[in-house]
Design a binder for this molecule. Structure first.
Ligand code: GLC
Ligand code: CA
Length: 575
């Protein structure tokens, strides 16, 4: 058997399925596993190698599955272990692997262990799995330290006011997500079991959630003071006692050895873990997390959060590549996920082109005016850039349809805990999680919901988040019919990537083709991005371009020749 040159995940195209909003096969208004199985042809049409499922474990859904109540089962709204197995098999039949989402930093306050902890005495083994501490002050009524929660408020919650047992527990995100103490043996064993359970069911790897705050300073000291201007949602990420701690790396080494041991017992499997952490503009961290005994890959969010401006874009793509250069590790790129405003809206903002609009905060976002048509042009150009880069690429459902962020959702329909915990100061992330439009038919929530053939009533529930009335214009059916749509561009990009990009060497460098453009060379492929609103004249006599022809322009209607790149567009040249 031929030995593959690279592991499959290294340059995989992965499609992120936010399953609550992907496809609802039983008409209750909530996406489910059978819905995904019924729509796998859509993923196949995009040439994806794998799908990544957001958490689908039993959960009270206070943070939509990132509050896991049981790591060994399926959330009842989503299906059962049997429907999960059916999805894995149907995906495998199309050559699509399944990645799951692993949430090790915390569980749900409804997890059996946490329930046991709160009914067990201070100092008990049940409490040692979490961070329970006495409060400060005479009656213990002050939190053990000054840490803030990532989604607003204190990171500590007191069990009750009883001075005999008024202990506090730590929840880095919300009070419903108590942090695990990974130095505890039960906790360590739990994750060994979790990995093995899902690998046995055919899962090929995990996106590992909230890597940054996993692992704490053992003494839990106060966070040093932060500038009073710092946004409330940023405070946690500046806490050196809980973010990017050395203790976290012990956890990742344990995880990796579990995974490697499994692979050794099953040599036909090629398993992987990709780390989710916002190490933006800190590529040295990507290097640290992808050491050979830790993660296989780590997300590189720099491009996702980059302003639409030449120097920022260049830096966002070249810094991580240069820093990983000699390690053989390649990044996991992405332009969207379920935590971030959708790219069409982000890049359509009136301030999107300003270098100073760059933000490290993945949750807050600009409120400047949006020009969606402009945002869509830039999103097309950004996609054509990222599809050319070495590494894997994670698409977020709806990105291929060019869905905008749904802004101005009624407050009473919002479900993201960020909205409630910041008293509405931050809208939260519901706007990028609105159920997908598949058809033009409003009666079925634009094809999001269907009923099983034997269903008695033809009444479908409303989707869990409201869809805008024009959502059908972005539907798969509608874009299918329009050759210039985002969907067709994504399919073309997926083909072109396989044809001209993934076969190229990993080494990628920038070239100077003119003052206004980003020029990137990867082997025989040259990609030119014009991040300005003016046509850009490029130096076609540059040795990198001589003898090359255009195979793609994201602005096909422009009459630009090979020496002119249309405003806010990207062109691919090949030998
Ligand atoms: C990650 C997830 C996000 C979740 C948080 C807490 O950032 O992507 O959706 O709310 O972790 O688990
Ligand atoms: Ca459903």
């Amino acid at each position: 058997m031929a030995v593959p040159l690279r592991p499959w995940w290294q340059d995989a195209l992965v499609y992120q399925v936010y399953l609550r909003s992907f496809a609802d096969a039983n008409g209750d208004g909530v996406g489910d596993l059978t819905g995904i199985t019924s729509r796998l042809d859509h993923l196949a049409s995009l040439g994806v190698d794998a799908l990544w499922l957001n958490p689908c474990y039993p959960s009270p859904q206070r943070d939509h599955g990132y509050d896991v109540a049981d790591y060994f089962d399926i959330h009842d709204e989503y299906g059962t272990l049997a429907t999960f197995d059916a999805l894995v098999a149907a995906a495998a039949a199309r050559g699509i692997r399944v990645l799951m989402d692993l949430v090790p930093s915390h569980c749900s306050s409804e997890h059996r262990w946490f329930q046991e902890a709160i009914t067990s005495p201070p100092g008990s083994a049940a409490r040692a799995r979490f961070y329970f501490r006495d409060g400060k002050g005479e009656d213990g009524s002050l939190p053990p330290n000054n840490w803030q929660a990532a989604f607003g408020g204190s990171a500590w919650t007191r069990l009750n006011d009883d001075p005999a047992d008024g202990q506090w527990y730590l929840g880095t995100f919300t009070p419903h997500q108590p942090d695990f103490d990974h130095t505890d043996d039960d906790v360590r064993q739990l994750f060994v079991d979790v990995f093995e359970f899902w690998f046995d069911r055919g899962v090929e790897g995990f996106r590992v959630d909230a890597v940054a705050p996993t692992g704490k300073h053992p003494d839990l000291p106060d966070q040093p003071p932060v500038d009073p201007d710092v946004d409330v949602l940023d405070i946690t990420w500046l806490n050196p006692h809980t973010v990017f701690r050395p203790e976290g790396h012990d956890v990742w080494r344990d995880f990796r050895s579990t995974l490697d041991a499994y692979e050794q017992r099953h040599p036909e499997r090629e398993l992987m873990m990709v780390a989710e952490a916002y190490a933006v503009r800190r590529p040295e961290l990507v290097r640290r997390f992808t050491r050979p005994d830790e993660f296989h890959q780590m997300f590189t969010f720099d491009l996702m959060l980059s302003p639409w401006e030449k120097t920022s874009i260049e830096r966002a793509l070249l810094d991580p590549l240069e820093l990983l250069g000699d390690t053989g590790v390649v990044p996991a790129w992405t332009l969207n996920n379920h935590d971030i405003q959708r790219v069409v809206t982000r890049l359509g903002r009136a301030d999107a082109h300003l270098p100073e609009s760059w933000t490290n905060n993945n949750l807050a976002s600009s409120r400047a005016d949006v020009d969606h048509a402009l945002g869509a042009r830039r999103a097309r150009a950004m996609a054509a850039l990222v599809f050319a880069l070495p590494g894997s690429l994670y698409l977020y459902q709806g990105e291929e349809l060019g869905l905008p962020e749904v802004l101005g959702m009624p407050d009473d329909r919002r479900t993201d805990p960020i909205f409630a915990l910041t008293n509405g100061i931050f809208e939260g992330r519901d706007g990028c999680r609105v159920p997908l439009p598949w058809t033009l038919d409003p009666a079925t929530s634009f094809g999001f919901s269907t009923l099983p053939p034997d269903a008695e009533r033809a009444t479908l529930e409303e989707p869990w988040l409201p869809q805008p009335s024009n959502w059908g214009d972005h539907s798969v059916a509608s874009e299918e019919a329009r050759p210039e749509s985002m969907l067709h561009l994504y399919r073309d990009l997926a083909d072109l990537r396989k044809k001209y990009a993934t076969s190229q060497p990993l080494a990628t460098r920038s070239i100077d083709l003119g003052p206004d453009v980003v020029g990137v060379v990867r082997g025989d492929l040259v990609v030119v991005v014009n991040a300005t609103g003016r046509p850009a004249i490029i130096d076609v006599d540059h040795p990198a371009l001589v003898g090359r022809r255009v195979v793609l322009s994201t602005c096909p209607e422009s009459d630009a020749g090979t020496d002119v790149v249309a405003p806010d567009s990207t062109v691919w040249y090949v030998a």
